[in-house]
Ligand binder design. Structure first.
Ligand code: HEM
Length: 466
């Protein structure tokens, strides 16, 4: 196939002078990015003075992440964030990335994930034990506190002070907003000006650093991510990693491994509340577990138990399809590359949206319908395009290192919460889709009814007391 010149990549409609497509992108990010697949497989958009190419076709997203991984690093986009986050896995490239990834991988191996299961369950049990019958919870907030505590205790073997958990949750929006604004600034130096968004971002980074201080302080036992980091060596020097490197990796894990999970869990509860039939089937499966059933308090979960929850697993997969947390991820062409029929010149910034790929009607029938019985191609069957059209954890050498940890965490939290409490809708409350770097579920409240030996509580049983 002939390689066309860069200019033959179609431009998105609706461009206005100076701002280009920035207003369309900011006012309805998913609607705008989602509309681009009708324009082309790769589409040019203008953000102020910058041109960004949006890759909409799943097969080309796959090529970008796998075939072109070497030539299209994350590059320029994230370098503005390096000052705040250091050189962790998320920021590094090339050999440094490969070596660091190898030294961290054992913390996410199957037997380690199995060992985290009781810790995740314990942390979740402690949190749900604080809830009371009839209470109305802010789901996103509770799930965020929980996810933070799980990363701290499972991966770092440490404990956070309660005020740090609260401060972290409060700082998150500023962290995320600052990140996206800094990535989309027309000039990186604007990220350093004392604008309110930058000041709040810096304050949020200080909170994050404070959390990391508590996580990395001391030696918290064998087999944790922290002990691996402390025993890892820098291949270029043969010396142990210095404290700055250890902290960078810790920051990366908190940054990449809390909000993604808590957002997914919030959407999970949102979908259960809207689909009572799905809830019933999940509960039927949970009640079949050893020690299960509403009359029992539920035995301790093991990694083996998770395999007995295939339906719950499908529900969670469908949540990650419809509500893939990563709305925007970027790469930069380090040299001229061919992407399908297009020639992409060196220096071009490339954007892809897993959320948009997962909602593309060309690849998913009735894409906005929540349907756990939908066949996700990676569970068997389906052609190459279908396989590429479901990739909540990305692909290639930067594919999520925490994937199996995340699946275990999602299932254990779901099971532990639902064995103790029946979630009930609260009139007038619904999840609003708010897009920053992740697609958040804001504003969802749910009421809790204790699951008693008399069987599941009825909605009337829970008198919602805000
Ligand atoms: C539902 C939960 C999660 C989702 C959907 C998710 C998704 C992703 C995606 C799409 C990427 C690739 C980004 C890119 O290509 O630029 C990624 C990378 C990463 N994720 Fe996750 N993630 C989740 C949970 C976690 C957890 C629990 C951890 C750690 C505890 C984690 C740690 C990381 C790290 C360190 C990277 C960078 C990997 C590298 O560059 O080599 N994630 N994640």
């Amino acid at each position: 196939m002939p390689h066309h010149d860069h200019r033959s990549i179609p431009c998105a409609p609706g461009r206005v002078p100076v701002l280009g497509h920035a207003t369309a992108l900011l006012s309805d990010p998913l609607g705008f990015i989602g509309s681009l697949s009708r324009v082309g497989a790769v589409v040019r958009i203008r953000l102020g003075f910058r041109t960004v190419c949006v890759v909409t076709d799943p097969a080309l997203v796959h090529t970008l992440l796998v075939g072109l991984a070497h030539d299209c690093p994350r590059g320029a986009v994230q370098s503005t964030l390096r000052t705040a986050f250091g050189d962790g896995l998320l920021m590094s490239e090339g050999i440094a990335h490969r070596d660091r990834r190898r030294s961290l991988q054992p913390a996410f191996a199957a037997e380690r994930v199995a060992a985290y299961v009781p810790v995740i369950e314990q942390v979740t049990r402690e949190r749900v034990a604080r809830w009371h019958h009839g209470q109305v919870i802010d789901v996103a907030r509770e799930m965020n506190h929980l996810a933070l505590e799980i990363v701290t205790r499972a991966l770092f073997g440490a404990r956070l002070r309660a005020d740090s958990t609260v401060a972290f949750h409060r700082a998150l929006p500023d962290l995320v907003k600052g990140q996206i604004v800094q990535s989309l600034y027309p000039h990186p130096l604007l990220g350093r000006l004392p604008l309110p968004v930058n000041r709040r971002f810096d304050a949020a980074v200080r909170v994050l650093n404070h959390v990391v201080d508590q996580a990395v302080r001391g030696d918290h036992g064998e087999g944790t991510l922290l002990s691996l980091l402390r025993s890892a060596t820098d291949p270029s020097t043969g010396e142990p990693l210095d404290e700055a490197a250890v902290r960078s990796e810790a920051i990366t894990m908190f940054g990449a491994g809390t909000e993604t999970v808590s957002t997914t869990l919030t959407w999970f509860f949102h979908e259960l509340l809207r689909h009572p039939g799905v809830y019933e089937r999940v509960m039927a499966e949970l009640d079949e577990l050893p020690g299960g059933g509403p009359a029992k308090d539920g035995g301790a979960l093991t990694a083996g138990d998770l395999e007995r929850l295939p339906y719950t697993g499908r529900v969670l997969r469908e949540v990650t399809r419809l509500h893939a947390p990563n709305a925007f991820l970027m790469r930069t062409a380090a040299k001229d590359v061919a992407l399908g029929p297009y020639r992409i010149p060196a220096g071009t910034e490339l954007l892809y949206s897993l959320t948009a790929v997962h909602r593309d009607p060309a690849h998913h029938r009735d894409p906005l319908r929540f349907d756990p019985d939908r066949r996700h191609a990676d569970a068997g069957g389906g052609g190459a395009v279908e396989r590429h059209a479901f990739l909540p954890f990305g692909a290639g050498k930067h594919k999520c290192i925490g994937e199996s940890f995340a699946w275990a965490e999602l299932a254990v939290v779901a099971a532990t919460v639902l064995r103790a409490w029946q979630p009930l809708p609260v009139a007038g409350s619904r999840a609003r889709e708010v897009v920053w770097t992740t697609v958040q579920a804001q504003g969802l409240s749910m009421a809790l009814a204790a699951r008693t030996p008399r069987g599941p509580a009825t909605p009337e049983a829970a008198e919602a007391t805000p």
